[in-house]
Design a protein around this ligand. Structure first.
Ligand code: SAM
Length: 233
């Protein structure tokens, strides 16, 4: 991996916000999912949680591989997803157009926070609304009743980003686990080798300070390649 790539990945990791996340409840259009995940990456969210509509589960599983920089955690039910977020100690916000919702800009996003976004047609389920701590709304003063879900996510996430920037949350240094850093360095620095490892169910090697692969001869033999062949990978 060249030094520029290494520096770029290290910088990305240092700005990640593991205590901010998104949960998608049956968002069913692939382009909306992709746009939301892209926005998550842009504000430094490392993990997205999702429950897919039943008919879409296989499709979205297949699409997972393209979202390399953001981990996608999939659940069979919204209860399962929200229980995981609750155990992590996050306040859970439901983006929902209800009379009890507060303006999304009134929320303190420097707290560990999970934000739920709902399906294009039906919004967030009653189950999720009952489990959430707070409904939040993006004010609407025109004729349309709601925004596109990916637009709504961008507005809320950039308010969170603004607050976290002001609070110095992007100067905290890397908060990702060592294992996660190693995974990102390998997958980001050596994508072809990482894909090869995945296809052969091989462990990833360690990555050194200079971004070099620290693997023994056995690992390279398992890869059936000599290290020199991958120097410029
Ligand atoms: N008829 C649905 C409803 O009543 O919830 C509209 C769903 S909206 C098109 C899809 C998702 O976008 C919502 O579940 C919510 O996550 C988000 N959303 C859209 N506009 C919003 C707004 N003004 N305030 C909060 N969330 C919004």
């Amino acid at each position: 991996m060249n030094p520029e790539r290494l520096a770029r990945i290290r910088q990305m990791m240092a700005l990640r916000q593991p205590d901010l996340t998104v949960c998608l409840e049956e968002v069913n259009k692939a382009h909306n999912v992709a746009a939301i995940i892209r926005t998550c990456d842009a504000v430094g969210i490392p993990d997205v949680h999702a429950v897919w509509p039943p008919a879409m589960r296989e499709n979205f599983r297949a699409a997972k591989g393209s979202q390399n920089w953001v981990n996608l955690h999939q659940y069979d039910s919204i209860q399962d997803a929200m229980s995981v977020l609750r155990v992590k100690g996050m306040q859970i916000l439901a983006t929902h157009l209800s009379p009890r919702a507060v303006d999304f800009r009134e929320i303190d996003y420097t707290r560990p926070t999970a934000i739920i976004f709902g399906a294009e047609k039906h919004g967030i389920s009653q189950t999720a609304l009952e489990m959430a701590d707070q409904d939040i709304i993006i004010p609407m003063v025109g004729m349309a009743q709601s925004l596109n879900v990916s637009v709504a996510s961008a507005l809320v996430l950039y308010e969170a980003q603004r607050q976290r920037q002001a609070a110095g949350f992007y100067q905290r240094g890397c908060l990702l686990s060592f294992e996660e850093q190693q995974r990102l360095l390998f997958e980001g620095g050596y994508p072809r080798l990482a894909a090869f490892c995945q296809s052969k169910s091989l462990d990833y090697p360690a990555i050194g300070e200079q971004g070099e692969i620290l693997a023994n001869e056995t690992w390279w033999q398992k890869m059936q390649l000599h290290p020199t062949k991958w120097e410029n990978s």
